[in-house]
Design a protein around this ligand. Structure first.
Ligand code: C5P
Length: 402
């Protein structure tokens, strides 16, 4: 969704307040959002809110009143990679169906070359009225995508169909539209991400520089293919773009293993991208170790469980496990050795010798191996693109040919 141009049309309904959340989700995912509001929409949510969230002045009139500046609906229609009208009232739906171009939003809609997504929102009787039903059918026949309203309590307190679909769902429809296909539909994907922190005392830990960016990019890429994704993540600040990614936060390797064990059985794919600390202090002190009173010079360490090896060791037929290897030397041999030792199907190798690869950066350069050898050697690319490629390799993986 990064860099995509989205025209978000808002019409005058109570659900207009949800457009703020929708705009935020698009912006967070890296899209550029231009809001177009009907005059009635401004009674429900202010242009100030929408322009603050999108970083762009809201367009509502054909002219700016004091300067006479003309807002070109044609330019906007051409700029858009997608147009989303949420909420779409019965009146705006009727105007769109019949081309009644009496406001900026409808003219933009009529000029749009990009696909249009319409999320109706109205009371149940208006929704069920034959004219609304027919208008929606007309809009569908013109190739528009209707994001059907949900059933539930409406602003009138009546219960029925007419409630605008939740922003997260609308975002998901667009996300999938811009992204890939549905190869992972109905499949569960488990991903470990980030570092682990192994407590020394309440204020100190053993950790590493992993930021979790790769793991979360993989989660977004898997959701885009229709998967149900859970990330078990160590302490990180990154968040997934997609609201459907479930994130379980843990601190230590033992906690990460425990959370993964609960979910591994039903996962079709498990991707171990976490940088798990190899060792943990044998005892975490319950109060802060004081320099003045402690003569601690040596930390007694114990080996952490190997999450990838433990879980891959008990995988059932059809389950696919993928590990990562971050190497500094003898890369290929080490990576392939890890693949065998941990019983993985695939291993993603990134070499710290490659500039722009590894911890913290926004790019990565990886190659992917199966037990038969090299499957792909990818050039340097953004972690998002890299994640998409890795997910493509996973979905296309056939153990008998690769
Ligand atoms: O052995 P090494 O740490 O290099 O292996 C890296 C791979 O194993 C990664 O996929 C990492 O997530 C996984 N791993 C793990 N638990 C550990 C150590 C590594 O899951 N304790």
């Amino acid at each position: 969704m990064k860099g995509k141009h989205i025209v978000l049309g808002i019409t005058g309904g109570i659900a207009a307040y949800k457009a703020a959340t929708l705009a935020r989700l698009f912006v967070k995912a890296g899209a550029e959002v231009q809001v177009v509001m009907t005059p009635a929409a401004k009674e429900f949510i202010t242009p100030v809110t929408m322009s603050a969230l999108t970083g762009k002045p809201v367009v509502s009139e054909f002219f700016t009143a004091n300067t006479g500046e003309w807002h070109s609906h044609v330019d906007l229609g051409l700029w858009a990679d997608a147009m989303v009208i949420a909420p779409a009232t019965a009146s705006s739906i009727a105007k769109m169906a019949y081309g009644v171009a009496d406001n900026m939003l409808i003219t933009t809609y009529l000029s749009a070359k990009a696909p249009v997504f319409i999320a109706p929102a109205m009371d149940l009787d208006m929704m069920a009225h034959p004219s609304t039903v027919a208008n929606i059918e007309l809009l569908k026949s013109y190739g528009n995508h209707i994001i059907e309203p949900a059933e539930g309590e409406l602003a009138s307190h009546l219960v029925g169909k007419g409630r605008m679909e939740e922003p997260e769902r609308i975002f998901d429809v667009l996300y999938r539209f811009f992204n890939d296909t549905d190869e992972l539909a109905g499949k569960k994907v488990l991903i470990t991400a980030g570092p682990t922190h192994e407590a020394i005392d309440p204020v100190r830990f053993i950790g590493n520089y992993s930021t979790g960016k790769m793991g979360f990019a993989l989660a977004d890429a898997a959701v885009a293919r229709g998967a149900e994704v859970t990330v078990v993540s160590g302490p990180v600040t990154v968040k997934p773009c997609h609201p459907a990614v479930k994130v379980i936060k843990v601190e230590s390797a033992c906690e990460m293993l425990a959370e993964c064990e609960k979910r591994f059985d039903e996962a079709s794919v498990a991707i171990f991208s976490a940088a798990v600390a190899d060792y943990a202090p044998a005892h975490a002190e319950s109060s802060k170790i004081k320099r003045e009173t402690s003569d601690l010079h040596t930390l007694e360490l114990v080996k952490n469980p190997d999450i990838a090896a433990t879980l891959s060791g008990c995988k059932h037929p059809g389950q696919l496990t993928v590990g990562f290897a971050l190497e500094t030397d003898n890369e290929t041999v080490n990576a392939r050795h890890k693949l065998e030792k941990k019983n993985l199907d695939l291993i993603v190798l990134n070499s710290l010798r490659d500039k722009g690869a590894g911890f913290g950066c926004d790019t990565n350069k990886v190659s992917v191996y199966s037990s038969r050898g090299l499957i792909a050697d990818l050039p340097l690319k953004s972690k998002q693109d890299c994640a998409r490629d890795i997910i493509s390799i996973i979905t296309a993986y056939d153990p008998f040919t690769h």
